[in-house]
Design a protein around this ligand. Structure first.
Ligand code: ITP
Ligand code: ZN
Ligand code: ZN
Length: 234
């Protein structure tokens, strides 16, 4: 399931972080986000790959990788938050900021990679201020503050995370809609929109689910189908 989309992801990441770019390749970045949101690429693989690019000796590659990470955090929801808002990853980012400093230990923010790291940690610390499972961001922010780094002005709008992620699939012994019992001949199916379990008759339709970033047709139950397509065809 992951094999070919992972190679697509890798190709897109190469493209989005090429040292030849003069500005971010937003189209590739958004395609990367779609692959992760649709569950086509394991979030861990995605974050580990971007991390390698952030640490690239060419600061331009590092910068493009940070912009890619920023979009992934904004658009891919908890899949990516769980991989990035960790003590270990925050230490890596703090290390990256220090390594990119001109000379040893000055706090001049004249370095775009360092400035971007400070901006991102500040936004995430703010966005996750009430989520204890992501307190690593606050901790990193406080450490950097204590070290005397100056942070850019926080733009409230930057701290909003867009995408919801698709719900976990529920289990059950009968169809959520018509209550028919599942058996060898009456197979289970899941609606990708509500995550409930259905018989084939009650989940025979498919639809895209933009709110979850699912741009390809996937199986949905009859009521989710109606919801998702109600404004179509009058
Ligand atoms: O066909 P089975 O061997 O019963 O396996 C089911 C299919 O994989 C269903 O995929 P689908 O929803 O895409 O149909 C999945 O939703 C169910 O959980 C599985 O039990
Ligand atoms: Zn049914
Ligand atoms: Zn549904």
């Amino acid at each position: 399931m992951f094999r070919n989309s992972t190679s697509t992801f890798d190709r897109l990441l190469e493209k989005a972080t090429s040292h030849l770019l003069l500005e971010p390749d937003w189209d590739s970045i958004l395609q990367i986000c779609d692959l992760i949101r649709q569950g086509d690429v394991p979030p861990k693989h995605a974050v580990v790959s971007v991390r390698k690019k952030i640490g690239h000796e060419n600061p331009n590659v590092g910068m493009f990788a940070l912009q890619c990470l920023e979009s992934m955090m904004k658009n891919c929801g908890s899949f990516v938050h769980d991989e990035v808002a960790t003590k270990e990853f925050m230490e890596f980012l703090r290390e990256t900021a220090h390594l990119s400093e001109p000379g040893c230990g000055q706090h001049g923010n004249s370095n775009p990679v360092k400035e971007k790291v400070l901006e991102l940690i500040q936004v995430w610390a703010h966005a996750f201020r009430s989520e204890s499972q992501y307190k690593a961001c606050q901790d990193a922010y406080n450490i950097l503050k204590m070290e005397g780094h100056t942070f850019p002005q926080l733009r409230e709008a930057d701290a909003m995370f867009a995408a919801e992620t698709a719900p976990e699939w529920k289990d059950g012994e009968c169809c959520h809609r018509c209550r028919v019992q599942f058996s060898t001949f009456q197979r289970k199916h899941h609606c990708r929109c509500c995550g409930q379990v259905f018989c084939s008759k009650c989940s025979s339709k498919s639809s895209i689910i933009p709110k979850f970033g699912i741009e390809k047709e996937v199986r949905v139950c009859d009521s989710c189908y109606d919801q998702l397509n109600k404004n179509e065809g009058g």
